[in-house]
Each structure stands twice: as C-alpha cells, then as structure tokens.
Design a protein around this ligand. Sequence first.
Ligand code: URA
Length: 216
Amino acid sequence: MKTDPRYPHLHIVDHPLVQHKLTLMREKSCSTKDFRILLKEITMLMGYELTRDTPLTTRRIETPVAPMRAPVIAGKKDVIVPVLRAGLGMSDGLLALMPSARVGHIGLYRDENKQPVEYLVRMPPELKNRRCIIVDPMLATGNSSVHAVNVLLKRGAMEDNIKFLALVAAPEGVEVFFKAHPNIDLYVASVDEKLDKNAYIVPGLGDAGDRIFGTL
Ligand code: URA
C-alpha cells in the first residue's frame, strides 16, 4: 500500500492485480461487460485491504476433533453505502466479501456548478455502532464525496468508523476531501493527473456510470 506524507489517511492500493485490472478498465475499448467484471474484482481486492483492521472476537465452536475458541468478526454488521449511480458498480464486490452487510444508498447528482444535489438517502438503523464504507468509483471534484460523508455523520455514524473507497481520484478532489474530513480513511487505486474543465478526471476512464450501465 502506498501512502502520501501530505495525507496520512490516504491509502493508494498499488497491488499489481489492482493496477493491471485498472489499466484494462481505462482502455476505451473495454466492453460494458468486462468493465463491470473488472470493477467488481478490483473492489474485492481493495475491500480486502480496507477491511484489514476489522475487529475480531472469539466464539466457542466444536470442530470434529475438539472444542476451541475461534475468531469471528466482532460488532454489528457493516454498512456498504454506494453513491448512486456509479457506486452501485462497487457494492457487489464488497457484498461478495461481506454477504451479511447492510446497504445504505445516497443519491446525488451534480448541478451546473458541479455541486452535489441530494435526491435520495436510505440508511439502515444504528449507524452509530456500525462501520460505514462509502463506495463511489470516481473522486473528481471531491464535492460529492464530502457530501456523502456529511450525510453519514448527520445520521449518527462515527467519524472513525467511516471509510471511503474510490477507484480513481483527481489531486484536486483529494485535497477537497481531506480539507473537509482530515481523519477519514480514503482508499483509491490511483490519484491521476488532474481534472479537465468539465470536471472529468484526466486520464481517468471517462464516465464510470455510463461505462458500468452501458448508457454511453
Ligand atoms: N465522474 C466520472 O464518472 N468520471 C470522471 O472522470 C469524473 C466524474
């Protein structure tokens, strides 16, 4: 995992499988089907890293040979929070790792000034006692990601129990994100070069939602 001295909570997942799959996704010739499959695979690999600090407890079980106390995940079920619509492409990967996780949804669109406008929020109960993992593949201006974290904080989630998982980020967005939320862990596969004038990430991979859902 790569880090950046400017941002102690930025985790760049530089695992070779993640990097290779991201390159395949970036290519404009990548089909909708392959894009979806690769996004799910990358999310699983990144999810493996993101969940590394999951607290464990033990439970008494009986193997065919002997009783033992064995490790199991402690606490209440995690909440996976896709930011609609592109985040949906990542929730499958995390659900494959954590099939019992709860799922909350945040619906945002960007207005003409690239500001997030909220049109839907549905969350499971007791956010205060759950780890929340927000997923949204493209962290561009950072405005939507800041807003998504605020939505969870407003509903009682604890700052140190929120993580954000993106695929590609722009440096401008990373700066905005950590200015607003310096203590939230952010996981990305790449911090690209810049944003263009339409707030697309360069080189990026285009519109992630369109590529996931074939709405190009
Ligand atoms: N959203 C996307 O899907 N792609 C970008 O490059 C920026 C925002």
